[in-house]
Ligand binder design. Structure first.
Ligand SMILES: [Zn+2]
Length: 294
């Protein structure tokens, strides 16, 4: 699972947790050397041979991922699947909170972040604080953990935006306008598929049918005529909120024709389940080494 991939020609988008294009290429060589075949997401359920398969997927469709990785993968015949967020690509764009939070964390001073962190933390119950600490345990910095957790997974979207707005400048919003790759670009690549990764990239909450209506359907409609679109794969953003009824949401996805849901839960897919866990870009070498394959 990839997000942002930077290079010297096209640096990573601000505030992301990128890997360098050189490392991405080395990882592809590692998979190849370990005997994996690069498979298209189109053949998730229709295996064409008995080889070990690897699926290269990326979430959010940032401009660095698209311009750095897709041309190289095209030349090397490596299929990729990109989860698209439709909100930022509309004529009147809306920007995902999670990306505004990334930008905020990268561009504000420590004093500003501490002030925001303290004000957010004061609004959390101890159960909510536990959930935040557990979900974002990979963030060792307290400010980062609380700000991401409270804004992405606890407060309703509108409340989170209110908390965030005083800290965002016009330059921050300008930065958002160049952060996501337009859909036309993907037409140049026959090895690149696209899929539904929501309208606004909010975390799944308690009301799964409202979530389907506001996050899944608009993105589905937005992508439906694109030649690279895979209509039946959904990519779940973030981790679900504590109140989320994930299995009921999966049932609703299936009722509406979705064949699989890609997630950010860590793991290796069993080749059958509706829910597909993935390996984070930062963990690829470690996983291959642990399996004795690299
Ligand atoms: Zn995402």
């Amino acid at each position: 699972m990839y997000h942002s991939v930077g290079s010297d020609v096209k640096p990573a988008v601000v505030g992301s947790n990128p890997i360098h294009l050189d490392r991405f290429k080395r990882q592809m060589l590692l998979f190849d050397a370990a005997g994996y075949r690069f498979a298209s997401i189109r053949e998730l359920d229709a295996r064409i041979d008995n080889s070990d398969r690897v699926f290269i997927t990326s979430d959010d469709g940032t401009s660095d991922w698209a311009t750095n990785v897709l041309p190289w993968c095209e030349v090397n015949s490596i299929p990729t699947h990109t989860g698209i967020i439709s909100g930022p690509l509309r004529d009147k764009p809306t920007y995902p909170l999670a990306h505004l939070v990334q930008l905020l964390l990268a561009s504000k001073t420590n004093e500003e972040l501490t002030r925001l962190c303290e004000s957010l933390q004061a609004k959390l119950t101890s159960t909510e604080l536990d959930f935040v600490n557990q979900t974002y345990n990979y963030e060792t910095d307290q400010n980062r953990r609380i700000i991401k957790g409270a804004l992405n997974l606890i407060f309703p979207q509108n409340v989170a935006m209110e908390q965030l707005s005083p800290f965002m400048s016009d330059a921050d919003f300008t930065n958002m306008t160049i952060r996501f790759q337009n859909l036309e670009f993907y037409r140049n690549f026959s090895y690149a598929t696209l899929g539904n990764h929501t309208e606004n990239h909010t975390a799944l909450g308690q009301d799964f049918s409202m979530y389907f209506q506001h996050e899944v359907e608009p993105c589905k409609e937005f992508l439906k005529d694109h030649p690279n679109n895979i209509g039946d794969i959904f990519t779940l953003p973030l981790k679900p909120r504590a109140t989320a009824e994930k299995s009921a949401f999966y049932e609703l996805l299936q009722k509406n024709g979705f064949k699989h849901c890609l997630t950010s839960f860590a793991g290796i897919w069993d080749g059958q389940s509706f829910e597909i866990p993935r390996i984070d870009a930062q963990d690829v070498e470690g996983i291959l080494e642990a399996s004795g394959l690299a």
